[in-house]
Ligand binder design. Structure first.
Ligand code: SF4
Length: 262
């Protein structure tokens, strides 16, 4: 018998297979009907089982102006801006999220979150690469201990989509890097030795791009530390690649309940 979490995953999977049903959203998403993603040239032959596979979504992210122009219209200046921006910052938009961009709204909110512009290269003298001074509060790679009772645990530099508003661009998206076993162990030891740490926020990058197995090793180890009461996952993946919320992931998380998603 399926539990509530599995029911939730099933409902999500159904919804993500047909992300464009019921017409347009007031926030400016693309108008469409059931299976409308198949009306977009790059994905017209993609069956729902592939569309709903998060690995497929990751492998088929939109990473260039040329690919994007097959999904939404781009002006010559937009193309030029994307090209210039990509020489400094990365673009990767999941097909799911790209399919939600309203092609008729040049300044639509989803487009602005996902598509680079030349304006990203404008840097005001008062801007900082590390505005929250996270690096200054990092006792060991991947860990930030700024407030006494909580730590930020940055597991990876990878994300399912690279947001244009990211405040961690100094590291996120620069290279496909995730903490290795030794770095993880050093972070666990630091948390074990600091009994004041009650709250661990798993972050990155986006922890949900990691495999269920790798994520479980980390969560299991954290749960074994008696003074850690709160484990949170900071993620945008449910928004930009909701098919990642599989029954398998939910069953794994359930074992370590409660796990909070922020
Ligand atoms: S998901 Fe978070 S870390 Fe990743 S690009 Fe977006 S804002 Fe930055």
């Amino acid at each position: 018998m399926r539990g509530r979490l599995q029911d939730f995953a099933f409902e999500c999977a159904q919804q993500f297979a047909f992300p464009l049903r019921h017409g347009a959203c007031c926030c400016g998403t693309r108008r469409g009907t059931i299976n409308s993603y198949k009306n977009l040239a790059p994905w017209e032959g993609v069956p729902p089982e592939k569309w709903n596979d998060w690995h497929w979504q990751m492998q088929n992210r939109v990473t260039s102006a040329e690919e994007l122009s097959k999904i939404i219209p781009l002006t010559p200046s937009e193309r030029d801006g994307i090209g210039k921006c990509l020489s400094h910052f990365r673009m990767a938009v999941t097909p799911y999220y790209a399919s939600l961009i309203n092609p008729e709204n040049p300044a639509g909110p989803i487009k602005r979150q996902a598509v680079p512009t030349v304006n990203e290269l404008r840097a005001d003298p008062c801007e900082m690469a590390d505005p929250l001074r996270e690096d200054d509060y990092s006792p060991t790679p991947g860990l930030v201990h700024r407030y006494p009772d909580r730590v930020l645990f940055m597991l990876t530099h990878k994300c399912s989509m690279y947001c244009r508003h990211c405040t961690r661009r100094r590291m996120v998206g620069c290279e496909d890097y995730s903490l290795n076993s030794e770095e993880l162990e050093n972070a666990f030891k630091y948390i074990e030795n600091h009994r004041e740490v009650h709250d661990v926020l798993l972050s990155g990058g986006d922890p949900l791009i990691l495999s269920d197995e790798w994520l479980e090793k980390i969560i299991k180890r954290l749960r074994s530390i008696k003074h850690v009461g709160v484990i949170r996952i900071g993620t945008r993946t449910p928004v930009v690649m909701p098919m990642r919320i599989t029954g398998g992931l939910l069953s794994m998380l359930k074992k370590y309940h409660p796990i909070w998603l922020n």
